[in-house]
Ligand binder design. Structure first.
Ligand SMILES: [Zn+2]
Length: 636
């Protein structure tokens, strides 16, 4: 049974500077052929396997050693608690959408261990207790203590929003938050964590409780970065200050730098301050940073972070394909950040960024069966790279789980007199506007395989309501009609089209978003992509994979800029995908096979070797064994 109004991801219902209000996870239904099977796989296979991995690697025993008093040694990395918290958050979002006795029981068992590990003063960290208690808060720069706390707080809030006010996890989280508020601040101990996360967690705790001190504490931590002298001591093993975004006060930062996941979480926290407090300086800085990240430093897949070194952003247009880092968590952090930008402005470019990441650089992070994960998401592979069940540093698997379990919460919003439709999937929504008026809409579509979308009004008030439907930035020549009439002339790409009227039950708004194959080229400063094109259709970025090209070396093939593509939907391939096919050609090799170089002929050799080329969606690569893959393909 679906429980109504459960599970809000970012509760901007009362945020003074948010245009958009949230629609709970349980009120937005995704029932389609794209997201439903992969979300089910993650829920039914992924979450149980992640709980098993947390058990097998001692992550939950780390809490039990405190709750049972057994005094066993701590296992694994110092920040492993955070993986358990993120997994509990994912499970809570899943429970908000649909109750599940087994999942609830598993969740409760882990919560019991965490509750038992809480120290009398409210502190929770399975490493910095018992034998390491004297090191508590001794190295915030590298030890992730407040980062872990932030994930506990987010998990507690999600659990309370899913299960009600009696949530034990929320009680634990709040006591720890109170301890942190008592411990850190201008009149207490000065300090800030090297890995941002506590900032956004405390802002959400403010939203959940209405208690202003949590928001003030969040803003304190934001402003504790970039001080002179730094509040982050240069302990052994520490990186330079920009790695932690500590090189300048956050409101003075204009270029996104350093560790990519941290940078996205920081900007997300800055946007929370902008949404909740009167902080236009935070909004302005987060906007500048967003433009730096998404207009000059993002992969076509929504991947963020070009460099392995420091898991970091590179320079502008530094976007190598083979050595792309593009951590799954950074693409996810980009979604959290863009969502808050969207809430504040209603600008469709932020929804475009969310869509690009979700269908490409986030989704590539998980296998089709929901149990294997990429940490790094390259855009070229020579082969030999595959998803893993788990990682020693396992931030990505539970992060993708918590995002995809909360996915329905990102499809719709409300504002004063409007229902906003950001993303498209078959299903529907029942939303209450801020003034209490309810509207229910059913959505029929085969998106992203087909751009025809029907929004049918199931219930609406007798007064006027606007439907604001997103025309994706990739879509030229969109048309929108109401009950088959009145094509809207202003369905411009990258906008929300407003259709305002008194709705009758059965009214249908139809969108037609044409999805031809798009051939894309990069900014010329992206030197690795010069002379190359990428293929896209609708929101999906495509790639070519060796398994579809058995007789040729994938990295030695080229496409013609002019060739047409044949499209075919194959229900049996990769869970059902639309594939693109064309004829490419083999690139010439050196005449001397011992040489790496070749003299260019003054006239083009007419006897080129023609080859059939098949492209599949990027998110689906690596699900048929190990082999080469390429997104940006040489074009001739
Ligand atoms: Zn990660």
């Amino acid at each position: 049974m679906v429980q109504m109004n459960r599970g809000i991801v970012v509760d901007t219902s009362s945020s003074p500077h948010s245009l958009l209000r949230p629609v709970p996870i349980s009120s937005s239904r995704i029932d389609d052929e794209f997201w439903t099977p992969r979300r089910r796989a993650l829920r039914e296979a992924g979450l149980p396997s992640q709980f098993e991995m947390c058990e097998a690697t001692g992550r939950i025993d780390n809490f039990r050693r405190l709750s049972t008093g057994k005094n066993d040694p701590f296992q694994g990395r110092v920040y492993n608690d955070s993986d358990v918290y993120k997994l509990l958050e994912a499970a809570s979002h899943a429970l908000a959408e649909q109750h599940d006795q087994d999942l609830a029981a598993t969740t409760d068992g882990v919560i019991e261990a965490i509750a038992g590990a809480q120290r009398p003063d409210g502190y929770v960290h399975s490493y910095f207790s018992l034998e390491h208690e004297h090191q508590r808060y001794s190295d915030l720069t590298t030890q992730h203590e407040l980062y872990c706390a932030g994930h506990l707080i987010q998990a507690g809030i999600a659990h309370r929003r899913a299960t009600g006010s009696g949530s034990r996890l929320f009680g634990v989280a709040r006591r720890f938050a109170d301890h942190i508020c008592d411990t850190f601040g201008p009149d207490a101990r000065e300090g800030v964590d090297g890995h941002e996360e506590i900032e956004l967690a405390l802002a959400e705790l403010y939203r959940e409780t209405g208690e202003r001190n949590y928001l003030d504490q969040s803003i304190y931590f934001l402003q504790a970065r970039g001080r002179e002298p730094s509040l982050m001591p240069a302990v052994p093993g520490a990186y330079e200050r920009s790695y932690y975004q500590d090189h300048l006060p956050v409101t003075d930062q204009t270029e996104v730098v350093g560790h990519a996941v941290r940078a996205t979480y920081l900007a997300t926290g800055m946007m929370d301050a902008a949404l909740e407090a009167h902080r236009p300086d935070m909004a302005r800085a987060a906007t500048n940073l967003w433009e730096s990240a998404f207009e000059r430093k993002a992969y076509i897949t929504g991947g963020l972070g070009a460099r392995y070194e420091g898991e970091s952003f590179g320079d502008d247009y530094e976007l190598p394909n083979e050595t792309a880092y593009a951590e799954t968590c950074a693409a996810i952090g980009g979604v959290f950040w863009s969502w808050r930008m969207l809430c504040r402005t209603g600008d469709a470019k932020y929804a475009d960024a969310i869509e690009t990441a979700l269908y490409n650089g986030v989704l590539s992070g998980v296998s089709l069966d929901g149990t294997k994960y990429f940490y790094v998401n390259p855009l070229t592979s020579r082969g030999g790279y595959e998803r893993a069940d788990w990682f020693d540093c396992a931030c990505c698997p539970p992060n993708i789980a918590r995002l995809l379990m909360s996915l329905p919460g990102y499809f719709y919003s409300t504002s004063e007199d409007s229902l906003w439709v950001h993303l498209y999937a078959a299903g529907g929504v029942r939303a209450s506007l801020p003034d209490g008026r309810a509207i229910e809409v059913e959505v029929e579509t085969r998106y992203p395989w087909d751009g025809d979308i029907r929004l049918k009004i199931v219930e609406a008030p007798v007064s006027e309501i606007a439907l604001r439907v997103r025309i994706p930035g990739w879509c030229d020549r969109a048309t929108v009609t109401v009950n088959g009439r009145g094509a809207q002339p202003d369905a411009a790409p990258g906008t929300y089209l407003e259709v305002k009227r008194r709705w009758n039950q059965g009214d249908v708004v139809s969108l037609s978003l044409p999805m031809p194959v798009r051939k894309l080229s990069s900014h010329p400063q992206v030197t690795t992509n010069q002379g190359r094109i990428a293929l896209a259709r609708g929101p999906l970025i495509y790639c070519v994979e060796a398994v579809d090209h058995a007789s040729i070396d994938l990295l030695e093939t080229a496409l013609s800029r002019l060739d047409e593509f044949d499209m075919r939907h194959d229900r049996d391939l990769l869970g059902g995908v639309t594939i693109l096919r064309t004829i490419g050609e083999r690139l010439p090799k050196p005449f001397d096979e011992r040489s790496q170089i070749r003299a260019v002929a003054s006239n083009r050799n007419d006897e080129v070797d023609k080859l059939p080329i098949t492209a599949i969606p990027y998110y689906a690569w690596g699900n048929r064994g190990v082999g080469a893959m390429q997104v940006w393909i040489p074009a001739i």
